[in-house]
Design a protein around this ligand. Structure first.
Ligand SMILES: Cc1cc2nc3c(=O)[nH]c(=O)nc-3n(C[C@H](O)[C@H](O)[C@H](O)COP(=O)(O)O)c2cc1C
Length: 390
């Protein structure tokens, strides 16, 4: 039994989003919304095996995010075998394999959604990852698979910083899951899912689009329903994914398709509150009562700003000053629903440091109280380039 089976259904988890669901985003989402499960952004197995610096940055997490699965991608089984050891050593609760990324630089090399075209290799990769986990659980050291002492020391240090202990208290076998799409060019969901089921992953999460669709059109939930049928009788859980905007959407799709749960992606951007009604949602699904599905939470502006600031503070404490500009896109999504959003957005897309955000919120709050918009005029932050040189 893995942690996945212990979560009351329907499972409502946070979908991985490269460049979005970093350690700060996940920390805030876990603290405010408490999704049932969290997946990291995807990390290339080649980066993971050979570039400790960026691996440890991308795999930074905090205890509040548990259960958390590390998502990896690639196309060489041997590297998956190796990286599975690292994922275990870093104390993750699960290992998720990305077989859904449509980006050219990923899929054209045969990784991500490219694996839909090489089903035998996809299965080999699942087996290699699982074998890596088994061997680690049986006591195999990182040194034994050629990971150098400095890398091991950094992993230990990351563990110590996160939870006070250098290594996981026990060597247990963590579950392997797969996140994928319904096809490459055409929809081939039944054959593809049956192929994956041969390896009995704990979970298959399915985004209801093909690679060719990228993010266009709508997610095909009837294809996801066919995947549920294909998996009937197996121990693998099926999670549906794509275009879910609210818990009402989740209720509808879960009851229509019979999925064991869902992953929410874009709807959680600037909206960690979306997970808040998940317990009531589970009750509604159990009692088949759509009337008791929780409404989207009405978040007061003060709370919205306070969470936004916590998000920025976490990021500022974690990352180097010159990359604070990466917060701009996150900020824009927090303020979508506030009055005079366009005015505020203008300021938010120019912030360079935490103090800019604080000033912007102060100015906005004062302007709201005195009805003295616009607030653009008071803008005088230094450009990001100046910070980088300093
Ligand atoms: C900016 C962005 C980055 C993404 N990065 C990943 C990723 O690293 N791994 C992954 O499995 N899916 C990734 N996805 C796909 C999402 O996890 C999800 O499958 C997709 O957005 C559909 O769900 P949604 O409609 O709830 O957003 C990404 C999506 C977006 C928009």
């Amino acid at each position: 039994m893995s942690f996945w089976n212990e979560i009351p259904r329907p499972i409502v988890g946070l979908s991985p989003m490269d460049g979005v669901t970093d350690a700060s985003f996940r920390y805030i989402t876990a603290t405010v919304g408490r999704p049932d499960v969290i997946l990291t952004e995807f990390v290339s197995v080649d980066t993971a095996a050979f570039a400790p610096e960026s691996l440890l940055r991308d795999f930074t997490y905090s205890e509040v995010e548990r259960p958390i699965a590390a998502q990896i991608y690639g196309h060489t089984p041997e590297t998956f075998y190796k990286v599975a050891h690292i994922v275990c050593e870093l104390g993750f609760d699960g290992l998720d394999i990305n077989m859904g990324c449509p980006a050219k630089k990923v899929a054209a090399k045969g990784s991500g959604a490219g694996l839909i075209q090489t089903p035998a290799l996809a299965r080999e990769i699942i087996r290699a990852a699982r074998q890596g986990i088994r061997d680690w659980a049986a006591g195999q050291t990182l040194a034994a698979i050629g990971i150098d002492g400095e890398f091991v020391a950094r992993i230990r240090n990351a563990n110590r910083m996160r939870c006070g202990a250098e290594a996981p208290a026990e060597r247990r076998e963590i579950p392997v899951s797969v996140k994928t799409r319904i096809g490459y060019e055409a929809v081939v969901v039944e054959d593809w899912i049956k192929n994956l089921l041969e390896e009995r992953p704990a979970v298959i999460s399915i985004h209801g689009r093909t690679l060719m669709q990228q993010y266009s059109g709508s997610a095909d939930w009837s294809a996801i329903a066919r995947a549920v049928e294909a998996a009937r009788g197996s121990a693998t859980l099926i999670l549906g994914n794509g275009d879910l905007r609210s818990l009402a959407d989740v209720y509808r799709r879960v009851t229509e398709t019979g999925v064991d749960g869902v992953l929410l992606g874009r709807a959680a951007q600037g909206n960690p509150w979306i997970f808040r009604g998940k317990l009531e949602l589970k009750d509604s699904v159990k009692s088949v009562c759509a009337d008791s599905v929780p409404l989207p939470p009405n978040v007061a502006i003060e709370e919205r700003f306070s969470v936004l600031l916590d998000h920025c503070r976490h990021f500022a404490a974690w990352r180097e000053p010159h990359v604070f500009v990466a917060m701009r896109k996150q900020l824009a999504s927090y303020i979508r629903a506030v009055p005079r959003a366009a005015d505020m957005r203008y300021r938010m897309v120019h912030v360079n440091v935490l103090e800019d955000v604080e000033r912007c919120l102060e100015d906005y709050t004062a302007a709201l109280a005195s009805e003295s918009f616009p607030i653009r005029a008071s803008w005088n932050s230094p450009p990001a380039a100046a910070l980088r040189c300093g």
